[in-house]
Design a protein around this ligand. Structure first.
Ligand code: FES
Length: 114
């Protein structure tokens, strides 16, 4: 059995020090160890995009990246995005779902449109 490895990274601006198994993917690390369940796991093949996060500003599929690869990196999840956009929390979400591919888009209506 392989021993856990230490990693240090920033997730949504917070420094995280953790021990992870070398085979643990980033999506499972975020969901299971950090309880950031806004990152979802769908296909686990890099196709659906449910696990999308940003690592050092680059869009990545976290199901295809190992947690140990983020040592020293800055990771942003949907929770961090919502925190950064706190000023729109009071606005009414308008969710549009494409019938063709199921992709969702969220628009935020100005308070005047409620
Ligand atoms: S779970 Fe589908 S792209 Fe990662």
């Amino acid at each position: 059995m392989t021993a856990p490895l230490p990693i240090s990274l920033h997730v949504n601006g917070e420094r995280i020090d953790a021990q992870v198994l070398p085979r643990l993917n980033l999506a499972d690390f975020l969901r299971e160890q950090l309880k950031l369940t806004g990152t979802h796991v769908g296909c686990e093949h890099g196709v659906c995009g449910a696990c999308t996060v940003r690592v050092n500003g680059e869009i990545v599929r976290s199901c295809l990246m190992l947690a140990v690869q983020t040592h020293g990196a800055s990771v942003e999840t949907i929770e961090g995005l919502f925190s950064a956009l706190e000023h729109i929390r009071d606005r009414k979400p308008i969710i549009i779902r494409s019938e063709k591919d199921g992709v969702r888009q969220v628009l935020w209506a100005p308070e005047d449109d409620r």
